[in-house]
Design a protein around this ligand. Sequence first.
Ligand SMILES: NC(=O)c1ccc[n+]([C@@H]2O[C@H](COP(=O)([O-])OP(=O)(O)OC[C@H]3O[C@@H](n4cnc5c(N)ncnc54)[C@H](OP(=O)(O)O)[C@@H]3O)[C@@H](O)[C@H]2O)c1
Length: 321
Amino acid sequence: MTAKMKAIIHTKYGTPYVLQLADVEKPTPRADEVLVKVVATAVNQADNHLLSGMLRFSSGLLKPKHPILGSDIAGRVTAVGPNVTQFQVGDAVFGDLSGQGRGGFAGYVAVPETAVAAKPANITFAQAAAVPMTAVTALQGLRDKGQIQAGQKVLINGASGGVGTFAVQIAKALGAEATAVVSTQKMNMARSLGADHVIDYTQEDFSQNGQQYDLIFDTVGNRSVAEYRRALTPQGVFVTSAFLMGLVLQKPWRAITGGQKMSNMMARPNKADLLFLAEMLKAGQITPVIDTCYPLSEAAHALRYLGEGHAKGKVIIMMPE
Ligand SMILES: NC(=O)c1ccc[n+]([C@@H]2O[C@H](COP(=O)([O-])OP(=O)(O)OC[C@H]3O[C@@H](n4cnc5c(N)ncnc54)[C@H](OP(=O)(O)O)[C@@H]3O)[C@@H](O)[C@H]2O)c1
């Protein structure tokens, strides 16, 4: 008889309420894979996009190719394939499975050893699950696309969500002067993350207040290209993790005028960045912010809550003991 495990599955596209708690076959690791007993998994906006069918050209035209969502995991290795060299049974790991077909909303997942890193001992499994997708996005947006430099004035629009809470901390750790744009109730949290200046977007419009920034890292996409430009220095850089159609349309014009650089970004999960973030976590330079932890059976509520777009840090799903 094959071993079973609990998982949250979706066999059709729709709202979070098409999700079902089911008993499914426990995976067996291939030669280069580790089997991870998932302790915690984070919910990402990408899970909602996949669930809705918005990405059906890649996720399956008529029905989902991969019935188990969930990219970010933290857990313990319970078995290893014969070619695995970096991990052994009992190791605590964390990682992003978005390049591996996902599968995190489950008791166990088999993943290539290259997709996970050792969990820093000073953080919990819930905190570790909060890191991979959104912290890598913040890191790549600021450091790689944004070319952040110490001493620069950096504005983070949408600083209170999954990506934004990491972006503020990473910008500070990399020596920038950080301005966080958040709603009223999240101003104290933004200060506690290290923001030098906090703008309450319900009271002040950063694109109209006359301030200019060397780098704007945006996670909301709620302004026009012209408004973002106005808040950038003449040679400033703008990067958004929330897709901005206006940037695609304005590309030829931008090439002619030079000066400011503006781009959409797509994060690329990779082990080097996960290890970089693990060092920052160990050094206490970044600390994951967790909004709520839901049990696996309430995964639909977790996805619906995140989908409302006002989470304070990350939304986590905890596996049953
Ligand atoms: N390109 C990539 O590779 C990539 C990777 C990860 C995520 N993403 C995308 O990046 C975006 C952010 O992701 P996330 O995980 O951080 O989402 P999230 O956790 O839902 O956070 C969104 C945040 O935006 C804030 N917000 C809403 N309206 C705002 C406004 N007018 N001004 C400033 N802040 C506002 C909300 O705070 P309040 O409650 O205070 O409004 C909330 O904290 C999403 O579109 C996601 O799909 C892209």
